[in-house]
Design a protein. Structure first.
Ligand code: PEP
Length: 250
């Protein structure tokens, strides 16, 4: 059975002093047989985090990657630059980037391709808005978002991770029930089956107000392979509680 993966998405939070305290507390509290753990941090802190997580078993992640390889793209950070800092995961297509930065399915697919080309695993975010759920469009939306990434990256699709993040559950305190999340994860797994002989190898994470109180029930579902954690990743005790829920008991 593959290890679960718990990835923190710090979003635009952090500071040199807070980062040190947070990483140190998480390092010290990791269970003996921990699940996979990653911290996806703002780009300016990657160098600091690379030092802080050294030899800890915690992997480094970014929150985005440029769709371009290099050149005149002011403000962009390329996959090659991320790799220089030991980045293992790059979140792509987070709903905040789709919503506030106009990222299309095609752009997200290209970003995933840039990451894969340098050996970084993209964590591809998919998820429906509340209006789309209420209109019965959840399946259509998440399948369309994943199909774009499969179309662009079919040959190495088993190297990606997926995060199912219902937009209505992100930062709202509303969580998908374990059954609601499992239903979407199962259909994403089925969609992967057409693209790879080993769909079970792909981590499908749940994200959306996962916290210390609901993590165990969500992570117990058969197709939920971990979590992408926003707010609760900024508090060491809460993040560690979720890591514990995803880890093999010692
Ligand atoms: C996220 O932004 O990826 C996320 C899941 O946020 P939160 O856990 O705060 O809902």
């Amino acid at each position: 059975m593959k290890r679960k993966l718990i990835a923190g998405n710090w979003k635009m939070n952090g500071g040199l002093v807070q980062n040190q305290a947070l990483v140190q507390a998480v390092r010290e509290g990791l269970p003996a047989q921990s699940c996979g753990v990653a911290m996806c941090v703002p780009a300016p802190y990657l160098a600091q985090l690379a030092e802080l997580v050294r030899a800890s078993g915690i992997d480094l992640g970014s929150q985005d990657v440029s769709a371009h390889e290099q050149g005149a793209y002011t403000g962009e950070v390329s996959a090659g630059m991320l790799r220089d800092f030991g980045v293992r995961y790059a979140i792509v297509g987070h709903s905040e980037r789709r919503q506030y930065h106009g990222e299309s399915d095609a752009t997200v697919a290209l970003k995933a391709q840039r990451a894969l080309a340098v050996g970084i695993a993209p964590i591809v975010c998919v998820g429906e808005t509340l209006a789309q759920r209420e209109a019965g469009q959840t399946e259509e939306v998440v399948k369309r978002q994943l199909a774009a990434v499969i179309h662009q990256n079919g040959h190495c699709i088993s190297e990606i991770a997926i995060a199912y993040e219902p937009v209505w559950a992100i930062g709202t305190g509303k969580t998908a029930s374990p059954e609601q999340a499992q239903a979407v994860h199962a259909l994403l797994r089925t969609q992967l089956r057409a693209a790879t002989p080993h769909p079970e190898r792909v981590h499908i994470l749940y994200g959306g107000s996962m916290n210390a109180a609901n993590a165990a029930a969500l992570l117990a579902m058969p197709d939920i392979d971990g979590g992408l954690i926003g707010g609760a990743a900024l508090k060491a005790a809460d993040f560690l509680f979720i890591i514990q829920a995803g880890s093999v008991p010692a």
